[in-house]
Write a protein of this length. Structure first.
Length: 309
């Protein structure tokens, strides 16, 4: 994760094709942004021109995600929480890359989750892949400093729509799920794993617990890994199962799904039959993390089947 600096404002990505989609004037520093009723909004290919204009009042954080992306489901709630705590000093624009291909192309989203900020219409890289809450807070603090240096110091007067008393309340999380979520927010992944395992002991068909357990196990595994050291170890030991697992985990956490699957499938193919079981089990675990409906899972599963038989 790179430091944010004023130099980062020099065109990290090409958003020229997305300009001019809205002719609305830039909002004033203390006025409600046009059409914005919440500090967290869903951005689309069609609406992004307005988002660019709002970035002249407050920095806009763009969260590029997809439904199939497991690490996105861990990172996005953290970004939303930090954004809301800032009370209108930052706008969060969530972009579903599958539904908005022009935005995905404009931001050069080769892997997700990918988070980019906009200051006065100019992109500022933040981070790619899931990161702990403390690091998210540190990067947001840096972002506000850079925004101030560039004269973007407004506050959005958010409308009432998102906080309407008529809005349906979300049902509370089951106790063990709530315990796991609190542990994740605190960075205590071991405690979150324990909570999800207890939930599955009570209900082995709890799909939310299954998905949550897979995601938090991944985060727990990568928490102490150094990317350069892991890649060096994997290069030195092409048949070292744990070394290859470490890099595959880091790739998956960073959104490089095909790379992770390809690495483990190559390892599976090279290993003697008696040593393949842990690799097959790890692949199955990662398939579940991404989701059976994802075409990359289907392709990797097909290759695994062909290697088995």
């Amino acid at each position: 994760m790179s430091e944010i600096s004023p130099a980062a404002l020099r065109g990290a990505v090409d958003l020229s094709s997305l300009r001019g989609r809205s002719s609305a004037p830039a909002p004033s520093a203390s006025a409600p942004a046009p059409g914005i009723v919440d500090v967290v909004v869903d951005a689309t290919d069609e609406s992004f021109g307005e988002i660019l204009e709002i970035s002249r009042t407050v920095p806009v954080v763009v969260d590029l995600w997809a439904e199939w992306c497991g690490p996105c489901k861990q990172l996005s709630p953290i970004i939303e929480k930090v954004t809301r705590e800032l009370g209108g000093r930052v706008l969060l624009a969530k972009v579903d890359v599958d539904a908005n291909p022009q935005l995905a192309q404009g931001f050069r989203a080769q892997s997700i989750p990918m988070v980019v900020a906009l200051i006065a219409g100019q992109p500022v890289p933040m981070f790619t892949g899931a990161v702990p809450e403390q690091q998210v807070r540190e990067v947001f603090a840096q972002l506000l400093q850079v925004a101030a240096q560039n004269g973007v110091t407004g506050t959005l007067a958010v409308g009432d729509g998102a906080e309407s008393d008529d809005a349906p309340e979300e049902p509370p999380l089951p106790p063990l799920h709530a315990e796991a979520f609190a542990a994740i927010e605190a960075g205590d992944y071991a405690a979150a794993i324990t909570a999800y395992e207890k939930a599955l002991a009570e209900n082995p068909r709890d799909e939310d617990a299954i998905a949550g357990l897979g995601q938090v196990r991944l985060l727990h595994r990568v928490q102490a890994l150094d990317l350069q050291e892991a890649r060096a170890a994997a290069a030195a030991g092409p048949l070292d199962v744990q070394a290859q697992f470490d890099v595959a985990d880091l790739d998956l956490a960073g959104g490089h799904v095909d790379d992770a699957f390809g690495r483990l499938l190559d390892l599976f193919e090279k290993l003697p039959a008696a040593e393949r079981t842990p690799v097959r089990e790890r692949l199955v675990e990662l398939f579940g993390l991404i989701g059976a409906a994802d075409p990359r899972v289907a392709a990797a599963r097909n290759r695994l089947t062909s290697l088995l038989f």
